[in-house]
Ligand binder design. Structure first.
Ligand code: FNR
Length: 414
């Protein structure tokens, strides 16, 4: 209502209220390499397109005169009440899109009461982000490290910042084939962007210390030079930051060590089976697409899964996450907690995902685009726009609350 009223009074919002314009403007505000990394997808981009096309294949079938005058958008997830079924996905290297990226996102999440999943490849520490969020729900995402001590250290930190869940991302044991980044010769992490959770970790510091004992190599020089290029790209929207960032010592040895240990390509269900003894936090497995993997996750004791293809960034020509959701719900029934991401752009998309069995959804790129355009305020506006459209769609479809958004309110559109 607030957004409507402001619009009627002729006030223009900080960020466009439609995704196409949001994307166009964010692109204009970003450097080429930042845009390639954030907006790009795997291979020919088929998974990314399919994520969107899947939403077009479902149509909402509104019910009339159902009296949904007051709506309650809150949902219970893993024992915590969330203001709405829209959460912010973990996104690494956010500094490419805006100043104090993860902190700004954390503040926007707190201002709107929106759950936020901190990325393992964040640009601010989970401790700083948590401190900016008050009581707003925060979850912590983990890539399984080759170093089991580091896995434990990150879990312990997640517990101590009051995380509501540990989200283990399974689909990125190695990075996907991403031509846009490859063509530009750019990956943020090779330049030290997005490694704040590591450089702040005591176990990581110990691993780095063991390695710096050896002399500098040509590789170290290459990393330093490319780090300067990255700083230039990152600070395009706020040039003053370039000098400030440049003065801080570039974590050469840290970058190398990070690249070596951040993920374990040999990750197996045996590793995941150890999680139940390693943490008291609810465990969420992210990146599930196959019904058998969904069953296995819950057999293993996972508390929830995120059906996701990583926003189409990992496997080209993969199944749309929305299609995977339908198959997975059919396989596991209505009870287990299932979240969905990849391709959510509007409130109407959220409605369709809920109707097809998602308990909640995560927004990836949209909130980063808000960040690129207007910092914390931009992220807040993107969240408010999506939630407001969901609220209106529920009102116009006769759904009073999230459980009332049921399968019979959508039909295959062909
Ligand atoms: C991601 N994603 C991601 N996922 C994760 O588990 N850890 C991470 O560090 C990142 N980093 C990341 C960076 C960027 C720039 C993007 C765009 C995405 C994937 C993310 O959590 C989510 O699955 C997708 O972004 C959802 O798809 P949409 O909303 O971007 O289409």
């Amino acid at each position: 209502q607030h957004i409507y009223r402001e619009g009627m009074l002729g006030r223009r919002p900080a960020v466009p209220t439609d995704f196409a314009e949001l994307e166009r403007r964010a692109r204009r505000a970003s450097s080429r390499i930042a845009w390639a990394y954030v907006a790009g997808g795997a291979g020919e981009g088929r998974t990314m397109r399919r994520n969107r096309a899947a939403f077009d294949r479902w149509a909402i079938v509104p019910r009339m005169a159902a009296g949904a005058v007051e709506r309650d958008l809150s949902v219970d997830l893993l024992g915590t009440r969330h203001a709405s079924p829209v959460l912010l996905a973990p996104v690494g290297a956010g500094a490419l899109m805006g100043r104090d990226s993860d902190l700004s996102i954390a503040r926007a999440a707190a201002a709107t009461g929106t759950g936020y999943v901190f990325s393992n490849q964040g640009c601010n520490t989970m401790e700083d982000c948590a401190a900016a969020m008050g009581d707003t729900p925060r979850w912590v995402q983990l890539y399984w490290s080759k170093d089991e001590g580091l896995v434990d250290s990150l879990i312990q930190r997640a517990e101590s910042i009051g995380a509501g869940a540990l989200v283990v991302t399974l689909d990125t044991t190695v990075l996907g084939w991403r031509p846009q980044d490859l063509n530009l010769g750019f990956l943020p992490f090779t330049r030290g962007v997005g490694i704040a959770q590591y450089t702040s970790d005591p176990r990581f510091a110990a691993i780095v210390a063991e390695r710096v004992a050896r002399p500098a190599t040509k590789q170290d020089v290459r990393i330093t030079l490319s780090a300067v290029r990255t700083l230039l790209a990152m600070t395009r929207n706020h040039p003053g930051r370039f000098w400030r960032n440049l003065r801080s010592p570039l974590p050469r040895a840290s970058v190398e060590t990070f690249l070596d240990v951040y993920s374990n390509p040999g990750l197996s269900w045996q590793h995941l089976a150890t999680l139940r003894e390693r943490t008291r936090l609810p465990v969420v497995l992210k990146g599930i697409l196959h019904p058998d993997d969904a069953r296995r996750a819950f057999d293993l004791g996972a508390d929830a899964i995120v059906v996701s293809n990583h926003g189409g960034r990992q496997v080209d020509n993969a199944i749309a996450s929305l299609d995977a959701l339908v198959a997975i719900r059919d396989a596991i029934g209505p009870e287990p907690t299932v979240l969905l991401d990849s391709g959510i752009r509007t409130g109407a998309d959220v409605f369709v995902a809920l109707a097809l069995g998602a308990d909640a959804v995560l927004l990836g790129r949209p909130h980063l685009y808000g960040l690129a355009l207007a910092g914390q305020r931009g992220v807040e506006d993107v969240i408010r726009n999506v939630v407001a459209e969901l609220d209106l769609t529920m009102a116009l479809s006769g759904a009073r609350d999230v459980p009332a958004v049921t399968r019979d309110l959508v039909s295959a559109a062909g």
